[in-house]
Design a protein around this ligand. Structure first.
Ligand SMILES: Cc1cc2nc3c(=O)[nH]c(=O)nc-3n(C[C@H](O)[C@H](O)[C@H](O)COP(=O)(O)OP(=O)(O)OC[C@H]3O[C@@H](n4cnc5c(N)ncnc54)[C@H](O)[C@@H]3O)c2cc1C
Length: 114
């Protein structure tokens, strides 16, 4: 393991792991500093243990925020299509439940986040 990194991410939860993957994909060396023995613990609990990675019906009104315009502008730039492409670019296979908008990966795939 190198002694120096370009980026240090504190916390290996959903947000930290996506930040780390984004940095690494741009060629940076990244260290994830997680206080628990493993990363992605809460992520693995989502979707009843399946790892709920995406809701295809992402829309600002579904969020609780004092600034729904900000939420909408974020979703305009990084919405459902971009999220799906991000995870599939990492090699995760997303499946969408029949008659549902929720997508998840197989548990073994999500375990790759550790
Ligand atoms: C049972 C359960 C089911 C859920 N189901 C869903 C679902 O189906 N769909 C959905 O969208 N969301 C779901 N959620 C919510 C989702 O898990 C959270 O919104 C998401 O995990 C938040 O990600 P995060 O990275 O912000 O925080 P976290 O996942 O909490 O990650 C933060 C990480 O930082 C670490 N950390 C904190 N402080 C430090 C420190 N000082 N030094 C080092 N590390 C530190 C923590 O240990 C943790 O690993 C569920 C949550 C739970 C608990």
């Amino acid at each position: 393991m190198p002694e120096r990194f370009d980026i240090a991410v504190v916390g290996g939860g959903a947000a930290g792991l996506v930040a780390a993957a984004s940095g690494a994909r741009r060629g940076a060396s990244v260290a994830v500093l997680e206080r628990l023995p493993r990363t992605g613990k809460k992520l693995l609990a989502t979707g009843g243990g399946r790892g709920n990675l995406l809701n295809e019906n992402l829309a600002a009104p579904a969020f609780t925020s004092s600034d729904l315009g900000l939420v909408a502008s974020v979703l305009d730039r990084f919405g459902a299509a971009e999220i799906r492409a991000f995870f599939e670019g990492l090699g995760l296979r997303l499946r969408t439940a029949p008659r549902s908008s929720r997508s998840w990966s197989s548990r073994s795939d999500v375990s790759a986040f550790r």
